[in-house]
Design a protein around this ligand. Structure first.
Ligand code: GLN
Length: 451
């Protein structure tokens, strides 16, 4: 049914870069066989899923939305892919994304943009717009995203779906193409809080192949999602997450959510987190710096595209011609910014200062979580904007992640879930819930209560 739905609507939505029809049917048949034989089934047996094209899939193309990996067929599965298969999930295919997960609209994909199912002229968010659009257009009931600065939560917000960035280190990064390794985090996307929790439990957990993976039990997210409640909880509202640049309808729905939390028995606490005003600036030094190092591996020799290998060019020239042809403008911009910020003489002023700001943000969160159990905010300052509207204005694009970035810098956990439509444009608004590291269960407890 989901393959038929993809066939019927994805020409318009363009959520998928690759539909693995044969692979999906084979996985589904294998589940049927297991069931017929009375064998033990995985926890999500037969449930179809859309996988962001940033996770390697053995024998199935993985492009990361980039021309530089066009035609590359990974010889191995990411740990996350392996876990999905072990849970008997049916992987429908790979979803569209901003190239190397750099962007907030999916317009930076080398393979064309994805439409927002609520209004195809609007962006579905980014970088994981393909995954969120697949959910919102009922092409898949579950999806996977990655969140470096908001790429799970912002697409969830603008498509009226649920997305969770787990605590940094909760979900293995092995086989997840690196953008900014100290920020990147894979996580679940779904249409309900409980669905997200069921997927969270399958993908999270320690992996010896990822040195930053947390070696501790996964917080009880499913139990929390089944027992939604905010009674007696202290909920923080951060002063810095409103004001200039926030759409009136977004603030209206957010204020209504806060009123609902109060009605359900939460105590609301006002918080002042001054360092959050610097988060965007720090992020746009740290993320490009790490990307400039991570993307050095795309040299035209190891994988994917190779340009100029005609016997007339040196190896260095082949590398530079391949990068010129294979990377899009946003990726080049970030590599140059990062290389500059890390260069000798500038390192302390740029990268060093950004790291200090990162520490201040972590401390502001620590102080906040001495006073509250969770923090809530709008997920994004505005609803979905039009395709093309911010494409030539990187700064306007970066502002989409104003509320999501502090969490990545501090490494704690956050969820976005729908909280109604903005009255001025009838487009979905997202409510963000933020919890301390390793307390991902609180996101689900609160999320399930207000869903
Ligand atoms: N939009 C942000 C960026 O462009 C975040 C991307 C992400 O989370 N992968 O870097």
């Amino acid at each position: 049914a989901h393959l038929a739905r993809i066939e019927a609507v994805d020409e318009k939505v363009h959520a998928f870069l690759h539909v693995d029809r044969e692979g999906a049917l084979a996985q589904a048949r294998a589940v049927d066989e297991k069931r017929a034989k009375g064998e033990k089934l995985g926890p999500l047996a037969g449930v179809p899923l859309a996988l962001k094209d940033i996770f390697t899939t053995e024998g199935v193309p993985t492009t990361v939305g980039s021309k530089i990996l066009e035609g590359w067929i990974p010889p191995y599965d990411a740990t996350l892919t392996k876990r999905l298969k072990a849970a008997d999930v049916v992987i429908l295919g790979k979803t569209n994304m901003d190239e190397f997960a750099m962007g907030s609209s999916t317009e930076n994909s080398a393979y064309g943009p994805t439409g927002n199912p609520w209004d195809l002229t609007k962006i579905p968010g980014g970088s994981g717009g393909g995954s969120s659009a697949a959910l919102a257009s009922f092409q898949a009931p579950l999806a996977i995203g990655t969140d470096t600065g908001g790429s799970i939560r912002q697409p969830a917000a603008v498509t009226g779906t649920v997305g969770v960035k787990p605590t940094y280190g909760a979900v293995s990064r092995f086989g997840m193409v690196a953008f900014s390794s100290s920020l990147d985090q894979g996580g679940p996307c779904a249409r309900t809080v409980l669905d997200a929790a069921l997927l969270h439990e399958v993908i999270a957990g320690h992996d010896p192949l990822d040195s930053t993976s947390i070696d501790a039990p996964v917080p009880p997210v499913v139990e929390a999602a089944r027992n939604g409640s905010v009674a007696g909880m202290r909920v923080g509202v951060v002063k810095q997450f409103r004001g200039e640049g926030y759409q009136a309808g977004v603030i209206q729905r957010f204020d209504e959510s806060v009123a609902l939390l109060k009605e359900l028995g939460a105590e609301i606490v006002e918080l002042d987190c001054r360092s959050f005003d610097l988060a965007l600036s720090a992020y746009y030094l740290i993320a490009p710096s790490e990307c400039s190092s991570n993307l050095a591996r795309f040299d035209g020799l190891r994988y994917g595209l190779r340009t100029g290998d005609d016997g007339t060019h040196s190896a260095e020239e082949v590398t530079s011609l391949t990068r010129e042809a294979g990377f899009g403008p946003e990726v080049k911009r970030r590599i140059m910014l990062g290389t500059y910020a890390l260069s000798s003489g500038y390192y302390d002023a740029y990268y060093g200062s950004a790291q200090k700001v990162r520490t201040l943000i972590t401390r502001d969160f620590e102080k906040a979580f001495e006073q509250v159990d969770v923090i809530v905010s709008p997920t994004t300052p505005t609803t979905a904007f039009a395709i093309g509207e911010r494409a030539d204005d990187p700064m306007a694009m970066y502002l989409a992640d104003l509320c999501t970035i502090p969490t990545n810098l501090a490494g704690n956990a956050a969820m976005s879930l729908p909280c109604g439509l903005a009255p001025e444009d009838n487009l979905p608004v997202g409510l963000q819930i933020i919890a301390p590291a390793m307390r991902d269960d609180r996101l689900y407890k609160v999320g399930a209560a207000v869903e």
